[in-house]
Design a protein around this ligand. Sequence first.
Ligand SMILES: NC(=O)c1ccc[n+]([C@@H]2O[C@H](COP(=O)([O-])OP(=O)(O)OC[C@H]3O[C@@H](n4cnc5c(N)ncnc54)[C@H](O)[C@@H]3O)[C@@H](O)[C@H]2O)c1
Length: 379
Amino acid sequence: MADNTNTTSTSSTLSVVLIGCGRVAEKHLKAISKLKGLELKAVVDVNPDSAKRLLGSVKGFANVKTFTDYKAAIDEIKPSIVSVTVPSGLHFQIAKYAMEHGANLLLEKPMTMSVSEAREIFELSQKTGLKIAMGHIYRYLPIVGLVRQDIAEGKYGKVTHGTIYVRWGHGEDYYSSAAWRGTWKSDGGALMNQTIHAIDLLVWLMGSEPEEASAMIAQRIRNIEAEDLGMAVLRLENGALAQIEGTTATIPSKHTAEFSVFCENGQLSMGLDSGKPHLNIFTVKPNGKLKKLNGYYIRKQFKEGGMFSYKCALNPHLGIYNDLYESIKTGKNPIADAYSGFSSVDTLLGIYKSAKEGKPVALPLTDDFNSVDMTGFFK
Ligand SMILES: NC(=O)c1ccc[n+]([C@@H]2O[C@H](COP(=O)([O-])OP(=O)(O)OC[C@H]3O[C@@H](n4cnc5c(N)ncnc54)[C@H](O)[C@@H]3O)[C@@H](O)[C@H]2O)c1
């Protein structure tokens, strides 16, 4: 895969250009600063002050070059990796340009705002061999990968169903901090922005693709164009059901998120409550008694990933960059790969389409659907 990439750095380091110097970009810079194999060559923002502010916020990047035009930065630096951290409605054009110029991507979620664009980016990665690691942070949390493997190997028996809730309250200050937030064109609502990576995680853990979505969305409190509350049920190809709740209409100072998977012989729940993680993994012993497996997984994760895997709990972007680096060097697929980007956008837009039409829709969507097709849904 390395042959496919532009290499402006030494053979072992990969050059990075980050485009979009806002809220999430700082997490990217902190991750890059901790990984020896990456060299940040430039950052880009239409607002030069944002670029300067970002570089000043993380140690060691004071002399990194800044640009206001992403094409100029990609053309001049020819980076191995382009990190796309602009508003979601701009992901497609920048991702496409970067790949057409030989760059691998760390692409923030959602991959794009339409099914056809997501398919195009996925197919471009297939055609070129360039890697895309999606900003699906939950796949990079400790333990989830181990649990997924055990579910896939049938250690817990048949998967019956799964649930997630993402109650990620955001007040008017958040929505008024940038004009793109909460709009159908550039962001979508609580499901598209705050819940898509949790949906991706749940489906990934349950080990099957969605084949049908039924959903309702609502505007309860926030003064935005899109939804601040959404609920959906997915039917997966293996027959299991997944229940989804995503909202920003809850109290902003109390962020909670949890996912649970239920199987014939076991069940697990993991989540965060105001920053505090919780974990409950059980199996049923042959004598019918419950056995808690938290300690087993915590030790196993340490044995396999050391402290690094636990550091990823504090900044999952560390895990994503490390994974992308390994993928480029070895040719393996990233954990949150290009397909996960396409599939989660397809599922999310299926959820929106179901809410719009008031009936279940089959997945994957056969016709294109774009977040802007929801314009006017809330009159
Ligand atoms: N994976 C995660 O955990 C996570 C968390 C937060 C945000 N995100 C995603 O990251 C993206 C950015 O979100 P944010 O909250 O950082 O947004 P933000 O508004 O804080 O930052 C976006 C930045 O992009 C800049 N920008 C806009 N147009 C540009 C262009 N054409 N070229 C260069 N820069 C441009 C803006 O000036 C701004 O500084 C969104 O897609 C969001 O969904 C992901």
